[in-house]
Design a protein around this ligand. Structure first.
Ligand code: GDP
Length: 341
């Protein structure tokens, strides 16, 4: 039988091992080791309790070294050219000596058991640069969970010295708002065909965009010009942004190096403008509050599921059968939380 002392010793040893591993990951990360960054993100993504504790410690350790990058969200329907564009931009940046990380948000990947894009080797040329870090798509069963982990991954990348973080949406339709809430600049890629409905982009998403970039400009030059005019008109009808930035419409072709450099210059101009007028900091602070609330919501919901999963299933069945209104059901479920306090 284990003696009391042995138990203490084992506990002490376990704590020591864990703090050592957090510390060594932190040191590796601060030295820009991509292997440490990858292990750290894996811990962030893990649902094992001991990993979650480590993840919290690691994030706390990293926080003083975060916040210095420019975070760019990139969205658009599958096939619009996101990977191609991100690789072109990434190559331009690393060739200027800028460290680039690429992360993606894909809430659907768990359902399809690993995203198709995650399986194929993407952005080969960029991936071979020692200044680039490309993280295959994180999976998860809730958008909130995936977004939260992406937010933490952004912080880790920043602590590892990455100066530009490109956050791509891979899922269609639902993840754009989350990515907007994770980034400073939101870029919408569109094909050179008129009509946003055709491209499955909701008006609301267009309104979030700081820039629309028409892709594959080489394929349909005339249609590209027309699309630029159409989107410029559309964008000017939206209410002015809090950032005071007037959204831009540009075009891009993978065969035209200048086109991607123009997009980068625009992003730099945006960064300079919002740092000057104070919006950069204001928005980052607002995003922190937003993510705190999201996280509280997740914690509450998980606690409810832990405590009353059978009851919730029963109520959901009644909602499904139309026996009870969703509003009333939500109150019944919420009351369970208060009862068990
Ligand atoms: P994603 O699904 O949005 O990531 O799109 P991809 O980057 O995988 O691009 C989809 C297809 O469009 C690929 O076959 C690319 O080679 C092609 N493509 C991307 N950008 C351009 C471009 O600027 N010009 C042309 N002609 N084809 C492009």
């Amino acid at each position: 039988m284990t003696t009391h002392n042995e138990e203490d010793w084992l506990k002490h040893r376990k704590n020591f091992k864990e703090s050592l591993s957090v510390e060594s990951l932190f040191v590796g990360l601060r030295n820009g080791l991509r292997s440490s960054l990858s292990s750290a993100i894996t811990i962030i993504e893990s649902s094992i309790q001991s990993d979650q504790e480590k993840a919290t410690q690691l994030i706390d350790r990293c926080l003083p070294f975060t916040g210095k990058s420019i975070r760019i969200g990139i969205t658009g329907v599958p096939g619009v050219g996101k990977s191609t564009f991100i690789e072109s931009l990434g190559i331009q940046l690393v060739s200027q000596g800028i460290k680039v990380a690429v992360l993606s948000v894909d809430p659907s990947s768990e359902r399809s058991h690993g995203s198709i894009l995650g399986d194929k080797t993407r952005m080969n040329i960029l991936a071979s640069s020692s200044l680039a870090y490309i993280r295959p798509t994180a999976s998860g069963n809730s958008l909130g969970g995936v977004a939260q982990r992406t937010r933490e991954s952004i912080l880790l990348c920043e602590a590892a010295g990455f100066e530009v973080i490109l956050v791509e949406t891979v899922g269609v339709g639902q993840s754009e708002t989350a990515v907007h809430a994770l980034t400073d600049f939101f870029l919408l890629l569109m094909l050179p065909v008129a009509g946003d409905e055709l491209q499955g982009i909701k008006r609301g998403i267009m309104e979030l965009a700081d820039a629309v970039v028409i892709t594959k400009a080489d394929e349909l030059p005339e249609k590209t010009d027309l699309a630029i005019q159409t989107y410029r008109t559309a964008i000017h009808l939206f209410p002015a942004k809090d950032s005071t930035w007037a959204p831009k419409v540009l075009s891009y072709s993978m065969f035209n190096e200048q086109s991607v450099l123009k997009v980068w210059e625009m992003i730099k101009a945006f960064e300079a403008e919002i740092k000057e007028n104070g919006y950069f900091e204001q928005r980052r602070n607002e995003q922190s509050v937003y993510w705190m609330r999201e996280s509280v919501r997740d914690l509450l919901w998980n606690r409810l599921l832990d405590q009353s999963s059978a009851y919730i299933q029963q109520i959901e069945k009644e909602v499904l059968e139309g026996k009870i209104s969703p509003f009333k059901a939500s109150h019944l479920v919420f009351n369970k939380l208060i009862e068990k306090k």
